[in-house]
Each structure stands twice: as structure tokens, then as C-alpha cells.
Design a protein around this ligand. Structure first.
Ligand SMILES: NC(=O)c1ccc[n+]([C@@H]2O[C@H](COP(=O)([O-])OP(=O)(O)OC[C@H]3O[C@@H](n4cnc5c(N)ncnc54)[C@H](OP(=O)(O)O)[C@@H]3O)[C@@H](O)[C@H]2O)c1
Length: 219
């Protein structure tokens, strides 16, 4: 597949390396010029491009930048993606440490619904609850006992199926976490967040999540 990554930090870099390793054609971008990503291009095999070019003819686009920077993305940043492209959102809201207060999220809007409204496309929430090191080093072949699982929330069945297949290829069981409006179940502070668990345990953790945002993750 052709995959565009917007954000080339911990998660963008880890995904670029892993996805090229799986044989995908990967383009990666940051907030600056492609020349600033020469090291990542060399070590990963992903092609460094401007953010505005990352989505070009992509089957999958990954948005993996600080949440507060999502409104800075150009309005047309996803226009060049294929019409049925799966748009992945890995972003988390860290009001105290990084993002400042975002009123709609403080008032209960799921973080990925907020992202989706800003980018003007449906998104799939995935890879937000696992660290970059986990993505890079904790994948296991299908059927391995205790294989770790990753929740995938979103509304479009075919985009979600494509993303779940990608999660499996990366070495993790993909757990359908329901529609985007339920994606608060995997936000920071929930039982599933930051813990590597198998698929049954992830399903239980999603079911046990509270819709009340913990104070540590409020502005
Ligand atoms: N770190 C983790 O383990 C982890 C795990 C799960 C989810 N997340 C979430 O995933 C997102 C990315 O996390 P990260 O740790 O990978 O972040 P990071 O290491 O701080 O990297 C952020 C990247 O986003 C780029 N960026 C910022 N604004 C941009 C813009 N307007 N257009 C294009 N690129 C832009 C930055 O480019 P410049 O270098 O040019 O500024 C940088 O490459 C965050 O929302 C985070 O909360 C992180």
C-alpha cells in the first residue's frame, strides 16, 4: 500500500521503519522541509516529503503530531489521498504537559472526534495507547500465545478493516473498539492506555473504562 505519515517523531519514525519493512511505499513528513528528515529517510527507506505531499494517492494516511498542532495542518492536507483512504489518528491530549486547554475535549468530546472535525475526514483511532518502542519491538507472529493487542476505533468498516489488517501485519491482534464516539475508552488514563495486554484483556479493559476523564489528564 501507499502510506503517508504526517509527523516524524517517536511514533512517525517507528511506523515508518516498520511499514517499509513490511514492503509498503511510505512517505514521511514533519513540520519543516524534507531535507530535515534525511537521516530517517536513509535509515528507514521511507521517502521524506513536505506534509502537503504526504497524503498524495495514499491508501492510508497517519496523523501523528502533538494534538495542539492539528489545527495548524493545511486545510487541504488530506485532499490528495485516495477518496477511500483510511486516515489514522494516533494523537493524545496532554493538556498539562503539552497541549494546553482544548475546551471541546474538556467538555467531553472524544479526542479523535475533535481531530476528525479539524481534518474534515473520518479517522480511525489506533496506535495511541502503545509506545513507539512497543510498535517497533513487541510485535509477534499471529497465533503466538499472549500476543499483544491494539484497539482500533472508527466508523467506516472498510477503512477499519484495512487498518486492522495493518495492525495484524505489524505483529499485534487488532481489537475492534467500536465507533469513534466510543474511542474515549482508549484515551489517556483509561485501563487500556499504556499497557500491553492480550486481546481478551484489551476487550475487558475497554469495557471497564470510565467516560469521566481523570484529573491528571484534564487542563
Ligand atoms: N511517544 C509515544 O510513545 C506516543 C504513543 C502513542 C501516541 N502518541 C501520540 O502520537 C502523537 C505523536 O507523538 P510523538 O511522540 O511521535 O511526537 P514527537 O516525537 O514530539 O514528534 C512530533 C512530530 O510531529 C511533527 N509535527 C508537529 N507539527 C506538525 C505539523 N503542523 N505538520 C507536520 N508535522 C508536524 C513534528 O515535526 P517537527 O520536528 O518539524 O516539529 C515531529 O516530527 C502525539 O499526539 C502523541 O501524544 C505518542
Amino acid at each position: 500500500m501507499r502510506i503517508g505519515i504526517i509527523g516524524a517523531g517517536n511514533i512517525g519514525g517507528a511506523l515508518a521503519r516498520r511499514l517499509v519493512g513490511l514492503g509498503h511505499e511510505v512517505r514521511v513528513s514533519n513540520s519543516r522541509a524534507p531535507e530535515t528528515l534525511q537521516d530517517l529517510q536513509r535509515e528507514s527507506g521511507a521517502v521524506a516529503v513536505w506534509a502537503a505531499e504526504a497524503a498524495e494517492a495514499a491508501d492510508v494516511v497517519v496523523i501523528t503530531i502533538p494534538l495542539k498542532n492539528v489545527p495548524d495542518l493545511p486545510a487541504d492536507v488530506l485532499h490528495r489521498a485516495k477518496p477511500d483512504a483510511a486516515i489514522i489518528d494516533t494523537c493524545n491530549y496532554y493538556p498539562k504537559q503539552r497541549d494546553g486547554r482544548i475546551a471541546a475535549i474538556e467538555e467531553g468530546m472524544p479526542e479523535s472526534v475533535w481531530v476528525s472535525r479539524h481534518v474534515g475526514r473520518p479517522v480511525i483511532k489506533v496506535f495511541n495507547m502503545i509506545g513507539a518502542d512497543g510498535i517497533e519491538h513487541q510485535g509477534k507472529p499471529p497465533g503466538t500465545a499472549g500476543r499483544y493487542a491494539i484497539p482500533v476505533a472508527g466508523d467506516d468498516p472498510s477503512a477499519k478493516a484495512r487498518v486492522m489488517a495493518l495492525v495484524d501485519a505489524l505483529g499485534f491482534d487488532a481489537v475492534d473498539a467500536g465507533p469513534l464516539k466510543e474511542s474515549w475508552r482508549q484515551q489517556p488514563g483509561t485501563p487500556v492506555y499504556g499497557a500491553l495486554r492480550d486481546a481478551d484483556s484489551v476487550r475487558r479493559a475497554l469495557a471497564e473504562a470510565s467516560a469521566v476523564r481523570p484529573t491528571g489528564f484534564r487542563a
